[in-house]
Write a protein that binds this ligand. Structure first.
Ligand code: NAD
Ligand code: MLT
Length: 538
């Protein structure tokens, strides 16, 4: 599978991806048009903030499955369009929070103490320090707009240096403000009236675009200072430049532009311009929020890991999938179990499934298991040969096949801590039931196979063999496999109607070598064997 990287991530993670067997092409420094023309044949795309993952790019892609945004902001990713194209879109929202938060605080210090002006002065021979008298941050009021991950870090740090911190974020509950010791502003105007410093920490959306413009700037005290290390365009650039020139805003620090320059061009080649570059007391950094050694490592490691997992069909937290409650590592084994249960059906039965019911019992019944249900659906569709199915398009795919799905939550998991039971209602009017659990930390175990109780660890390849419950059958099966040099890694069986003349047993034989149709026929020919199904979970 091929991964295209259009904006650089740490080289060691590119090597990691190659070592995992992926073909990786680093296609850096190219224009959007060139990238759109180069996306064919790529299974995954890794970008930062410059590449636009838009309709045009997605229309040109013929086998794209995953887009990994190496960073936080997703204003360059059309997530709904990714969903429509069945492409998983993911980002690394925690990897560079600290770096971005620290940059915002550094910018606040710089504009309160005129650091850049003074530095520039000294480098041109001007040591007249009286020109650069600053103001202290302690005792002043900072207004944080957007109290998410980075806004919270910035609030804590500014409080730590003795600022009063107020914040505006209508989507965050009061408890978070209380926990951070931050005063809640009910409206943006409430914040604007009281602040000496505004620091922006919202995403760029229709609602937040230009949320600070001339009107808002002039609602502030004269001499207010502004930091924007979130997204360009949150503060109207022309209005800010005018307010700086006029003195309403004393200083501003900007890490991001509404339209970003190329960050690869050498000084002589750069044609980029912006009104803020010419505004007085406006300090500008070239989108440095995530530029620390630590954040570069975290972003690269997380995006490479998530993209690789997603390509391997594993469940990962993505932007266009339901939010996963609790610990993703605790829920992943249940996803694997459910996907295997889904895959099991068509490898053991022929009659089309009309309806499936999945029941979560025990501790897992106290949380939302929608993502596990989706894994079951991915499994059943893969079992039907729908290779293009992913967590992103699985619901639409299932609808296309007219399969109905329902979920049930129960407290009683019988003798287990947690139990997942799937009932397949098929065209023959049969109800076939599979049940499984996870033994801590991540061993998936099948405990019931169509009514046969067992305790079978689900390895990659298993032979499910229904046989007469009489002596000698298992021996004959094992001998047949042995003759063909097939090693049995585990053997489990369950029994039904024990003692009756027509009692059957169900064996689950995990094997380590490929089993051909010829070998299956040989097993079917063994005396006492009724039905053989080869189940491949890979
Ligand atoms: P986040 O999702 O954790 O927090 C964003 C907050 O903004 C949320 O709490 C949300 O409720 C709030 N918000 C949304 N609309 C709002 C509105 N209209 N008014 C007030 N609040 C609103 O995001 P984050 O990880 O904290 O990132 C914040 C910003 O920083 C994003 O724009 C991100 O792209 C940017 N960022 C920049 C850099 C950089 O290099 N400069 C690095 C990382 C992140
Ligand atoms: C982000 O959103 O993660 C930052 O803006 C950094 C980046 O885009 O690389």
């Amino acid at each position: 599978m091929k991964i295209l990287i259009t904006e650089s991530i740490a080289e060691e993670f590119v090597t990691d991806l190659r070592n995992q067997g992926f073909e990786v092409e680093e296609y850096l420094g190219h224009t959007q048009e060139e990238i759109e023309g180069h996306i064919k044949g790529c299974d995954a795309l890794i970008v930062r903030s410059a590449t636009k993952v838009n309709e045009e790019l997605l229309n040109n892609a013929d086998c794209l499955k995953v887009v990994g945004r190496a960073g936080t902001g997703i204003d360059n990713i059309n997530v709904p369009a990714c969903t429509e194209h069945g492409v998983i879109a993911l980002n690394t929202p925690t990897a560079n929070n600290m770096a971005a938060g620290e940059l915002a605080v550094a910018h606040a210090f710089a504009i309160f103490r005129n650091l850049c002006d003074a530095n520039n002065g000294v480098h041109t021979g001007d040591f007249r320090r009286g020109n650069w008298i600053g103001v202290e941050l302690e005792g002043k009021t900072a207004g944080v707009i957007g109290l998410g991950r980075i806004g919270s870090i910035v609030s804590r740090k500014l409080k730590g240096i003795g600022m009063n911190v107020v914040a505006y974020d209508p989507y965050v509950p009061s408890e978070k403000f209380e926990k951070l010791g931050v005063t809640r502003c009910e409206t943006l105007d409430d914040l604007l009236k009281v602040v000496d410093l505004i620091t922006m920490h919202t995403p760029k959306t229709k609602e937040t675009y230009n949320m600070i413009a001339k009107e808002q700037l002039y609602k502030c005290k004269r001499g207010v200072r502004i930091v924007n290390a979130a997204r360009g365009g949150l503060v109207n650039e022309q209005d800010l430049a005018d307010a700086l020139a006029e003195g309403q805003v004393a200083a501003a620090a900007i890490d991001v532009f509404d339209v970003e320059p190329s960050y690869n061009k050498k000084p002589g080649e750069q044609e980029f311009d912006n009104v803020l570059i010419h505004a007085p007391h406006c300090y500008i950094t070239p989108h440095l929020g995530a530029s620390t050694v630590e954040a570069t490592y975290n972003v690269g490691s997380q995006v490479a890991d998530l993209v690789a997992r997603a390509l391997k069909g594993e469940m990962v937290a993505a932007l266009n999938m339901p939010a996963i409650e609790g610990d993703i590592n605790a829920i992943r084994p249940y996803c694997n179990l459910a996907e295997k249960m889904g895959k099991m059906y068509y490898q053991t039965e022929k009659s089309p499934v009309k309806r499936m019911e999945i029941c979560y019992a025990g501790g897992i019944a106290n949380q939302n298991m929608e993502i596990v249900t989706m894994s079951l659906l991915v499994g059943i569709l893969k079992g039907m040969g729908v290779d293009s199915v992913s967590y992103v398009n699985v619901k639409e795919c299932v609808e296309e096949f007219g399969i109905k799905v329902s979920e049930k939550y129960e407290q009683d998991a019988k003798k287990y801590s947690n139990l997942v039971t799937v009932t397949f209602h098929n065209d023959d009017g049969k109800d076939l039931v599979l049940a499984g659990t996870v033994f801590e930390p991540d061993t998936e175990v099948l405990v019931s196979f169509y009514g046969y109780e067992m305790n079978c660890i689900l390895s990659n390849t298993v032979l499910a063999i229904k046989n007469d419950d009489v002596p000698g059958v298992i021996g004959r099966i094992a001998t047949t496999l042995g003759r063909r040099n097939i090693n049995i890694s585990s053997l489990h069986w369950g029994r039904k109607d024990t003692g009756k003349a027509t009692a059957y047993a169900q064996a689950f034989v995990a094997v380590e070598q490929p089993v051909t149709d010829k070998i299956i026929k040989e097993i079917e020919a063994c005396e006492g064997v009724r039905k053989v199904s080869l189940i491949d979970f890979t």
